[in-house]
Design a protein around this ligand. Structure first.
Ligand SMILES: [Zn+2]
Length: 413
């Protein structure tokens, strides 16, 4: 077979960090990027030229926090426990398709039921890219999140109590070669009976989880709404935080010291770029209503307080990454990553900072060294959108084509 080189000519490109706006050529060689050139130079007859016209090419989006087993309906996680094997597989397939159509080329699943998604990932590893497997984003998977008995998302199968069970559970994840260990450091909004204001694990337990995972070369990310849970997770040395809501009974509280630690360590924070829209509160889980009553907040003040906290943290240099918590509610449906990124933009980030959060910074948060940038040697995972980015993310709503590993996904997936 002759080597397969393609040149994509477009008016604009975002390389994962900066924009180029006066004509760009991306050269793709097999599964990777051979180079990114200014202008539209003649590359000879061995290279197939594809004219994209008025379009922006950007790295495929990387969603660092999804729940493929959840089907994007109202309180969708509650349904997962009741699914048959066949139903859960069908939901995972639909979730993946929705991400790909929205330009998401890699997903990191942080809330598996048993190990359904890990198995799907293994299946993906076993087959060559795109030729023998369905067109889906690359899957990274954590398996079921570690949680306390009856703790947040206990029905996903990750309950542990005490050091012996913790060790066994982490070992099981090491044996299955998970891409990251996810731990529920505080209660969660979606699980009635848990307390989002309280830590679920002690510092010693959290350290045990982190040390065991790190000894096997695996990163740990912690779901943390409660301020003390954020502090415990950081003290234990986690590699990432999810939500990082810093909730106290008096409302969200981020001290200057905590801000400095987060900025200095550049801990990636995912699934933070959102608050339920006011109209969603009618069907909200009881825990959200309880927390709002405790803090004396309305849906509107909650949204604004979240936005101002994210804005303050961003301005201080804290690292947010795109992670949509996809699948658990209609307003957090699979494929809506751009709305979370839009939240970061509305909190004061620039368009290029926002897109970096969904590409290069998200790749780094997932430990991916060949994804997230359109640069020589990186995987040819990219998205083509119409027109150019101006002051908002509107082009992301118009994904024209998605390339995975050097091949364009067929239209109408
Ligand atoms: Zn989640």
């Amino acid at each position: 077979m002759t080597p397969r080189m393609i040149a994509l000519r477009s008016s604009s490109l975002f390389d994962g960090s900066v924009f180029f706006d006066d004509g760009v050529t991306v050269v793709v060689d097999g599964e990777s990027i051979a180079g990114v050139l200014r202008g539209h130079p003649d590359l000879g007859s061995d290279v197939e030229v594809i004219e994209l016209g008025e379009a922006t090419v950007l790295p495929g989006l990387i969603d660092t926090h999804v729940h493929l087993v959840a089907g994007s309906g109202v309180r969708a996680l509650d349904l997962v426990e009741g699914y048959s094997d066949q139903e859960i597989e069908a939901v995972v397939t639909r979730s993946l398709a929705a991400h790909l159509a929205a330009g998401v080329t890699t997903v990191r699943d942080l809330g598996d039921r048993r190990f359904v998604v890990v198995n799907r990932r293994d299946d993906q590893h076993a087959r060559p890219l795109t030729t023998a497997r369905p067109w889906t984003p690359t899957i990274l998977a954590a398996g079921p999140p570690l949680t306390t008995p009856r703790g947040h998302c206990h029905y996903l199968g990750g309950e542990v109590s005490g050091p012996v069970e913790i060790e066994a559970a982490v070992q099981e994840r090491i044996d299955r070669e998970v891409d990251v260990v996810k731990v529920m450091a505080s209660g969660g909004m979606a699980t009635t009976g848990t307390d989002v204001m309280m830590p679920q694990f002690s510092l010693a337990e959290m350290r045990l989880i982190v040390d065991l995972a790190h000894a096997a070369g695996i990163a740990v990310t912690a779901h943390a709404h409660a301020l003390p849970a954020v502090e415990i997770a950081l003290a234990a040395g986690v590699d990432g935080l999810e939500h990082c809501s810093c909730l106290t009974p008096q409302g969200p509280r981020v001290s200057d010291e905590l801000l400095a630690v987060l900025a200095e360590r550049q801990v990636p924070i995912g699934a933070a770029l959102m608050a339920p829209p006011p109209e969603a509160f009618e069907h909200a889980p009881p825990n959200i209503k309880k927390v709002m009553a405790q803090m004396g907040m309305t849906p509107e003040t909650m949204l604004e307080s979240r936005r101002s906290m994210v804005g303050r943290m961003h301005a201080a240099g804290v690292r947010f990454v795109g992670g949509s918590d996809a699948g658990i509610e209609p307003f957090m449906a699979h494929g809506l990553m751009r709305s979370g990124l839009g939240f970061l933009l509305s909190a004061g980030a620039s368009v290029s900072q926002t897109l970096a959060a969904g590409t290069s910074l998200a790749a780094a948060a997932c430990g991916l060294t060949r994804k997230g940038f359109l640069r020589q040697g990186f995987d040819a995972d990219l998205v083509v959108v119409d027109g150019r980015f101006d002051s908002d993310l509107a082009p992301l709503a118009q994904v024209r084509q998605v390339m995975l590993g050097g091949r364009f996904a067929p239209a109408g997936l």
